[in-house]
Write a protein that binds this ligand. Structure first.
Ligand SMILES: O=P(O)(O)O[C@H]1O[C@H](CO)[C@@H](O)[C@H]1O
Ligand SMILES: O=c1cc[nH]c(=O)[nH]1
Length: 234
């Protein structure tokens, strides 16, 4: 049991999916895992363990934003010996050719957060995906015929910004999309020597205004779940 996760050590798999939304964790457990058991409901941040294609897999909500994600990911790695983690999130596109419902694989993550700078005030520590997970997930997405993009994302501390000028400027420098957790998940993975990948389905388009429903964000996005689960167990 850790401070924020009410599970015994052996209740959590060393392979885990990380949705921001705890109700997405419930959806994944109910629709993709066999014999799923709820191991955590502390703060309503659901965590489940079940099997996928015969292998033990867990799914844990991380909440919104880097401070919350850092707490869950750190406890999962330090207290539960998690070795492979894949974020299954949502993001806002800032590229014309990255469409709503497409999958974005975060090869790297820029951030506005000070959470990494606090540890490395004199360095721009790069936040990068595990190459093996990235390659496997890209291959799985392509084999399934899903629309997938690989590149840099922005992990922003702020959802409601007064100005999107800097965000769109990052888009002009090739950043694909905006979300709020990838950078710190990559940072914690680097710190403790475990493997992490962040993949997101595009839930809204920040240039065109196209969006998905809040219900769809909580659930569905099944293409991404298949890619993430197949990658996790491969
Ligand atoms: O859908 P999730 O995984 O929560 O991800 C995105 O959605 C939230 C904002 O609505 C942030 O957590 C952002 O990263
Ligand atoms: O952080 C996020 C997530 C989805 N859509 C956005 O615009 N921002």
């Amino acid at each position: 049991m850790s401070i924020h996760i009410g599970a015994a050590k052996n209740q959590v798999s060393d392979k885990i999916l990380l949705p921001g939304d705890p109700l997405r964790a419930k959806y994944i457990a109910e629709n993709f895992l066999e014999d799923a058991v709820l191991y955590n409901e502390v703060r309503g941040m659901y965590g489940y363990t079940g099997t996928y294609k015969g292998q033990k897999v867990s799914v844990q909500g991380t909440g919104m934003g880097m401070p919350s994600a850092a707490i869950y990911v750190t406890e999962l790695v330090k207290e539960y010996d998690v070795k492979k983690m894949i974020r299954v999130g949502t993001c806002g596109s800032i590229q014309k050719d990255v469409h709503v419902r497409d999958i974005v694989l975060a090869q790297a993550a820029a951030t506005t957060s000070a959470i990494i700078r606090n540890d490395f005030p004199k360095h721009d520590f790069p936040q990068i995906a595990d190459f093996d997970l990235l390659l496997k997930s890209y291959t799985a997405a392509k084999e399934n015929g899903f629309n997938v993009h690989v590149g840099n994302v922005l992990s922003d501390d702020v959802f409601y910004k007064d100005s999107l000028e800097d965000t769109f400027k990052l888009g002009e420098h090739g950043v694909l999309a905006v979300e709020m957790e990838a950078a710190v998940i990559y940072y914690v993975a680097a710190k403790y020597g475990v493997d992490a990948l962040c993949m997101m389905t595009v839930s809204d388009h920040m240039l065109t205004g196209e969006e998905t429903s809040s219900e769809e964000r909580q659930t569905t996005f099944d293409d991404m779940m298949i890619v993430a689960l197949d990658t996790l167990i491969s």
